[in-house]
Write a protein of this length. Structure first.
Length: 262
């Protein structure tokens, strides 16, 4: 799907957190998408309708932002555009969890992307969330399927092994590198990359598109590590942006490690 994405250059409306705005924008530009960051409730509805997909990231939450996100999400629903929710830090505080629940109850969310702790919090399962980092000792595939069926969405659970499922069709992805956890913004950027792939795909292909997005992201991280391992995390963070743009569809397909679960 990468060549198709670059040809279409989809507009991705990112309502993301203040910590990662520039990193997300640069990553999407490198990928071949066109990012726009709009937050004012007076314009988010129009922007969501114009965009190919909408990303809702609650990394720096507020009541005002939640109101704007719901306006944008409902507008994207009316226009038939995919909505991606990144429940950053859900489970760390009741406020964050409540915001996610409110969005999920008032917006038809297409894809939820988060770590095991965050997704566990959405369905009331046990998990550990420390700040914006989360984990769970539970069955990752079971957690992802529970989120997918509870909210009629596609769940993208990221970790050492990524799980992508709509509750029936399930993929696991083994691409990636642990250094992604050492650079602020890489997880949030993944939400934007998933949004860009979804904007390019037809609705019946969303699950496969999410798996391809996560795998592509992981291959880019592996390549970035190969050229930056002697310099360190800062160099890796920039090299990762570089390789999001440099990675070809042919190489991504050759190096992808995606398994379809039966």
């Amino acid at each position: 799907m990468l060549n198709q994405l670059k040809q279409q250059n989809p507009l991705i409306h990112c309502m993301t957190n203040m910590v990662v705005t520039t990193y997300t924008a640069n990553g999407l530009l490198a990928l071949g998408a066109s990012p726009v960051m709009a937050y004012a409730k007076e314009e988010v509805g129009d922007m969501a309708q114009a965009a190919g997909a909408l990303l809702l990231n609650i990394g720096t939450p507020s009541n005002e932002l939640t109101e704007a996100m719901i306006i944008a999400g409902q507008s994207a629903n009316q226009a038939g555009k995919p909505v991606i929710l990144d429940p950053v830090g859900a489970g760390a505080t009741p406020f964050r969890t409540e915001i996610c629940q409110k969005i999920l109850s008032e917006v038809d969310v297409t894809i939820v992307r988060g770590n095991a702790g965050e997704l566990s919090a959405l369905v009331g399962a046990q998990g550990v969330v420390k700040g914006v980092d989360g984990s769970s000792d539970g069955d990752k595939e079971a957690i992802a399927k529970q989120v997918a069926t509870s909210f009629s969405c596609i769940a993208v659970l990221t970790g050492e092994v990524d799980v992508i499922t709509d509750g029936s069709e399930t993929y696991t992805v083994l691409n990636g590198h642990e250094w992604l956890t050492k650079v602020v913004g890489t997880g949030c950027l993944l939400g934007g990359v998933v949004a860009a792939f979804a904007a390019t795909a037809d609705k019946p292909d969303y699950v496969k598109a999410c798996a391809q997005a996560v795998s592509y992201y992981g291959v880019a991280a592996e390549n970035a590590y190969n050229v930056s391992q002697e310099q360190g995390y800062g160099t890796f963070g920039q090299a990762f942006i570089d390789h999001l743009g440099l990675l070809s569809e042919e190489q991504a397909l050759r190096l992808q490690r995606i398994e379809m679960k039966k």
